[in-house]
Design a protein around this ligand. Structure first.
Ligand code: TTP
Ligand code: MG
Length: 566
């Protein structure tokens, strides 16, 4: 048997898991408040993906067939939930709100987020009376005895979780549940113990009890049907089976790391970190329809999609450089439908930035141009001179570039990237007093899934950070100073006058500004970044396009790409 006792358990973190109550239903109720009082189901095709809690009282359950739901609740009001636009938008607003509390916010699907509030808890405990009560529910209702300090930390975590939930309710009109513990696994499980609109804390002494309360191994987050089937073959059904299993047999069935991971989970142990979610690699919309077979209708549909997509992209703040068209064609001979896509590059100069709102937008001419690009792509997919039968149209933007100013700018990007990578550890070392204040400036408004930022930028920022660290504490006693003074590109907003860092790294030698970069912006950069930009430009110069198309010609993933004029 794998000896779980060997490794000392770490309770130093405080993790809050937030899950929005009956998410799609709440979004619909916000849009139409009449629905708050009546049983409501949200349908996709012929099933209910969720329902409000009024409907749940009648026995309506998630994933029920509509026909079955209507049997238990004949008064059920049903709203279509196939268009995810509003849900996605609200989802990002929630993540964005949570980022006020930590840079470490990880999205899980549309309605769940992990927030690592360790740092905020530590700060609060330094300044506030630690004799506070747990807010909300306490799993097993028994006082904790651990001496590592986790009791106070988790109690403070429960106070913060309550604040977060009250904030989400106040700002976004959504009720949520929260689980608070020292790891992600326990926080997530705790979250589902009391619903809706409640929160639950799990202390370390009761971690094993919480795990044993699960009826089956498949209830462990991360155990999908494939793992479940493997476990079933070796007669592991319950959490207890897993804890007592013959470890060599488990290793033979799964690989060694996974076997160890699984046994750890069965004891409530989970060292996985809260990973800051990147931004989406693509932003798209699809619309299914019964039949589209006339070009003017296709154009009109694409126009509608484009207009909505532009709003999403402007909220994201980055500039897309590729557009992709998706269609679903029905073949009347074979009677089957299939999807096809076609994409092409678009010039970033199609987009402009509003001087006041800093939102990106399209003017009428660019809109027309983009629509004609879309129609050309469509015609590559469909021979419009013959009859055709389209049942879905989709548009998406991909391959985003950062802008140069505003909250989603390169400065913000750099800060965000830096925050993800290293600033948290620096902050910890230097005991920063109000992390949440700086985070509002640093974090992008978008916390969506899966984007891995290109490595070169990370390593160069890593070196910036390590140099910061070598410069001593006084230079960055505030994280906002570190980020704003060292990385902000707009000198007027900068407060670097009272910091040593810029002065220290600024070289007396003037480095030439690449002709395709903004001189004012360039002037404010640390000298080594200037040097790198200059070197980048020199490297790319041999490929320069005489017609001034810097985005096309500059190599991807170079720092220069982020500083070229918009
Ligand atoms: P859940 O968090 O599972 O459910 P919920 O938020 O509606 O309800 P709860 O109060 O129990 O947390 O899922 C989040 C949203 O995801 C849900 O509102 C609808 C959608 N969804 C699907 O699209 N397909 C599905 O199969 C399920 C279960 C949910
Ligand atoms: Mg939910």
């Amino acid at each position: 048997m794998y000896d779980i006792e060997h490794e000392a358990e770490d309770h130093s973190r405080t993790i809050v898991h937030i899950d929005i109550d009956c998410f799609y239903a709440q979004v619909e109720m916000i849009k139409d408040p009449r629905l708050y009082q009546i049983p409501l189901g949200i349908k996709q095709k012929n099933i209910l993906v969720t329902s409000n809690y009024v409907a749940r009282k009648y026995g309506v359950k998630k994933c029920m067939l509509i026909a079955d739901a209507l049997k238990v609740c004949p008064n059920l009001e049903i709203v279509k939930g196939e268009d995810l636009y509003d849900y996605r938008k609200m989802s990002y607003q929630v993540t964005s709100y949570l980022q006020k509390y930590s840079v470490l916010v990880e999205r899980l699907g549309l309605d769940e987020n992990y927030v690592d509030v360790t740092q905020l808890v530590d700060e609060r405990l330094k300044h506030q009376n630690p004799n506070i009560d747990v807010r909300g529910n306490l799993f097993n209702n028994i006082a904790e005895t651990c001496v590592c300090g986790c009791v106070e930390r988790l109690k403070m975590g429960s106070v913060i979780a309550q604040e977060i939930r009250e904030g989400v309710l106040h700002e976004l009109k959504l009720t949520t549940c929260a689980g608070i513990s020292y790891n992600k696994l326990l926080a997530k499980l705790a979250c589902s113990l009391h619903k809706p609109n409640e929160q639950t804390v799990v202390f370390p002494n009761h971690a094993v009890a919480l795990m044993l309360s699960l009826s089956n191994v498949s209830e462990i987050p991360g155990v999908g049907s494939a793992t479940d089937e493997i476990l079933e073959k070796i007669n592991i059904r319950t959490i207890e089976d897993l804890q007592k299993c013959h470890f060599e047999t488990l290793i033979q069935a799964l690989n060694g790391d996974r076997a160890k991971w699984l046994v750890d989970l069965s004891y409530g142990r989970d060292n996985s970190v809260v990973k800051t979610s990147g931004r989406p690699q693509s932003i798209g919309l699809e619309d299914s329809c019964k039949v589209l077979n006339v070009e003017t209708e296709v154009r009109e549909k694409f126009h509608q999609l484009l207009m909505r997509l532009i709003i999403l992209v402007s909220e994201d703040g980055r500039i897309p450089t590729t557009i992709k068209v998706t269609i679903r064609k029905f073949d009347s001979v074979s009677k089957v439908s299939h999807r096809e896509t076609k994409q092409c590059n678009i010039g970033p100069n199609l987009f402009s930035t509003d001087k006041i709102t800093r939102m990106i937008s399209l003017n009428e001419q660019s809109e027309k141009k983009l629509l004609s690009i879309v129609m050309n792509l469509f015609k590559k997919l469909v021979n419009t001179s013959r009859s055709y039968h389209i049942t879905l149209l989709g548009l998406s933007f991909t391959k985003f570039k950062e802008r140069f100013d505003g909250k989603n700018s390169i400065a913000s990007y750099l800060m965000n990237d830096l925050a993800v990578q290293s600033v948290t550890s620096i902050e910890r070392k230097n005991s920063i007093s109000q992390p949440q204040t700086s985070l509002q400036t640093v974090c992008s408004t978008d916390g969506s899934e899966n984007e891995i930022e290109p490595l070169p930028k990370k390593s160069r920022l890593g070196s910036l950070v390590s140099r910061c660290a070598r410069l001593g504490d006084s230079d960055y006693s505030s994280p906002s100073k570190l980020r704003v003074a060292d990385l902000r590109l707009n000198s007027r907003d900068s407060d670097h006058g009272d910091t040593g860092y810029l002065d220290t790294v600024a070289s007396s030698r003037e480095i030439e500004c690449p002709p395709n970069a903004d001189k004012d912006v360039f002037k404010e950069l640390p000298s080594d970044v200037q040097q790198e930009l200059w070197e980048d430009w020199k490297r790319n110069r041999s490929h320069e396009d005489p017609h001034d198309k810097p985005f096309k010609k500059a190599k991807t993933n170079t720092l220069l790409n982020y500083f070229l004029k918009n």
